[in-house]
Design a protein around this ligand. Sequence first.
Ligand code: ATP
Ligand code: MG
Length: 361
Amino acid sequence: MGKIILTGDRPTGKLHIGHYVGSLRRRVELQNSGEYEKIFIMIADAQALTDNADNPEKVRQNVIEVALDYLACGLDPAKSTLLIQSQIPQLCELSFYYMNLVTVSRLQRNPTVKAEIQMRNFEASIPVGFFCYPISQAADITAFKATTVPVGEDQMPMLEQTKEIVHKFNSVYGETLVDPKILLPEEEACLRLPGTDGKAKMSKSLGNCIYLSEEPDEIKKKVMSMYTDPDHIRVQDPGKIEGNTVFTYLDAFCRPEHFERYLPDYANLEELKAHYQRGGLGDVKVKRFLNEVLQETLEPIRTRRKEFQKDIPYVYEVLKKGSEAAREVAEQTLQEVRNAMKINYFDDAELIREQSEKYQG
Ligand code: ATP
Ligand code: MG
């Protein structure tokens, strides 16, 4: 069987450069590699509702924003199926059965969910749906028989949970579900891009993002006020690279040709870092360079997005078609799951005969 991709994003805001380096850039490369039989890209609105139950309008509004960001980055509906999670009810049914295969204490140990609970101040009042979202993610991945899941590092515990569910299901009910592999970004800096404030993760929910659709002056403003090394006060002071967000972003985005174009005094990032660590290189110069690099990277994305913004009904049509196609695939898997679990009473002639014989002696 060929390789199949499933991945996606929560429609809780526009997509940002963390999504880009963590998953989006890779997806487009994989899509264009021709190595994958099918690619499913999911807008996870149902998952977004698990912690935004009071704010459904936010989720509703952001579905189209995420879709526009997808198209702007080069996801192509002719090659990838773009779908909306809530339009695939089969996913709910799969989740319901998988819930029996996971314990409460196992869910409580999930480090990403733990961190998110803290971030959202849920501690004493965690919505059940939110608590269970790793199970629903297992449904998303297995419904499409995904072999490959390209995501950022924060998704590792979700993949582990999915694999456990797959193993448990297959051992109880027989070989049915496909065991997926996570595909993490190769660059260390891209695993979990920090926020512009230096916080551990750039996240829509934390407001520390540079969005893919950001206008040039806004990008510049955000870059120039980014977190660096707080002890690097005068230009001549030696500076730290570790935890210095500006350098982390350069790790994620800059290539040698950027030096030729915008900072020819240095051959590469190593030289720039060495100078900063020695002292004598000011933050402003490094930030100006990062601004050039980001401007160059984001300009074509922003331009393409504006083209797609002119025809919003087309974008909804893409999502509708994709969701329809996805529903068929998920339905097929659901039937296989029902058969394996033997909850296919009316299709099982054997069962009906057995029960008849029981009563007819
Ligand atoms: P929310 O705050 O609503 O959870 P988010 O910004 O964390 O939003 P998600 O939709 O949860 O975004 O994540 C979508 C994908 O982007 C996942 O694969 C995730 O691993 C990846 N991702 C999100 N933030 C980053 C980041 N800062 N660095 C690298 N990858 C990221
Ligand atoms: Mg998230």
